[in-house]
Design a protein around this ligand. Structure first.
Ligand SMILES: Nc1ncnc2c1ncn2[C@@H]1O[C@H](COP(=O)(O)OP(=O)(O)OP(=O)(O)O)[C@@H](O)[C@H]1O
Ligand SMILES: [Mg+2]
Length: 299
């Protein structure tokens, strides 16, 4: 499968601070790519660089198979729809008037605009001023603006931010169906939950660095499942200095690979701790993500 976006060592510094650090992104064609990271990890800055809204300090960007530079970017961006940070649109104008501005700016047809509006299901709300829209409707209008040009790539920065679960579900269905129709969607969030069920590929940023990129299954495979030790005498094990937390029926330990587990069992047996069972438990994706991002906070 071809990659729709690739970056090589993409970096952004502000003064002496590196906020995006050496990113090698690969966004495969036709997927929903979930771009995840805690607040301030560099998601918006990266997306702005992909859209030529911020200039990279270092590194290269390829979009739609073409290297992004001063001469190619206008042509490339004609095929890219985007929504960065706050939803766009003039509050005092109606949805229809806002879409008309976009139509004229981009030289689109009325048909393209009405198809985009229908896709986000805003047909019934086009004559209302945008300031009277709910947040979900504003996000949908923003997506309609991004979609009207019939892009091959959509770059959406936190389109589910602030939405209720029903609104998130609606955006999820919309993005998954767009990807089903061949549009590649790159979507960011600081909440794993919001993105996990729509993205087939995940990129995870932490402090400007890409700490994981791959499928959800690959992310799971990366994690070592926790170990549960069933014992009626957990205190005896803790007294040996074993880094465990007490659970009902025994102890729970994180990050123990196969050899660590063998050593642990030898130590417990040597310390006369009665062991009724040792088993592994799968961790939630949320826990895996928290470990990867150093538990610096998923709100
Ligand atoms: N124009 C700028 N000048 C200086 N620092 C900036 C600028 N823009 C962003 N930063 C810093 O870069 C870091 C990354 O910001 P960015 O907005 O890319 O993060 P984010 O992952 O999108 O966060 P959020 O989840 O809050 O939207 C932050 O520490 C921010 O303060
Ligand atoms: Mg941001």
């Amino acid at each position: 499968m071809d990659d729709i976006i690739t970056t090589h060592r993409l970096t952004k510094t502000y003064g002496s601070r590196t906020v995006v650090d050496d990113l090698d992104l690969r966004v495969p064609q036709g997927c929903v790519y979930g771009f995840l990271g805690p607040n301030g990890s560099g998601k918006s800055t990266t997306m702005k660089m992909l859209l030529s809204l911020a200039r990279p300090s270092r590194g290269e960007i390829t979009v739609l198979g073409r290297p992004m530079n001063r001469t190619t970017r206008a042509g490339i961006l004609r095929e890219v729809g985007s929504l960065i940070e706050a939803p766009p649109g003039y509050g005092h104008l109606t949805g229809r008037e806002n879409m008309e501005i976009v139509r004229r700016m981009l030289g689109l047809t009325g048909g393209q605009v009405s198809r985009a509006v229908a896709t986000v299901r805003l047909q019934g709300h086009m004559d209302k001023p945008v300031r009277e829209y709910s947040l979900g409707m504003k996000q949908r209008l923003g997506i309609a603006m991004a979609l009207a040009r019939e892009p091959r790539l959509l770059v959406l920065d936190e389109p589910t931010n602030g939405l209720d679960p029903a609104g998130i579900e609606e955006i999820r269905e919309l993005l998954v169906s767009l990807a089903g129709n061949g549009v590649t969607v790159m979507v960011s969030s600081h909440l794993l939950d919001e993105i996990d069920r729509m993205a087939s590929v995940l990129g995870i940023l932490s402090r400007g660095r890409l700490i994981f990129q791959g499928t959800r299954a690959e992310l799971f495979a990366r994690s070592t499942p926790d170990l549960l030790v069933d014992t009626p005498e957990p205190e005896r094990a803790l007294a040996l200095g074993i880094p465990a937390v007490r659970t009902e029926g025994g102890l729970r330990l994180s990050g123990f690979g196969d050899e660590d587990t063998a050593a642990l069992v030898r130590r417990l047996v040597g310390g006369d701790v009665p062991i009724h069972g040792v088993r592994r438990v799968r961790r939630s994706l949320e826990e895996v993500f928290m470990d990867l991002t150093g538990r610096e906070g998923l709100l």
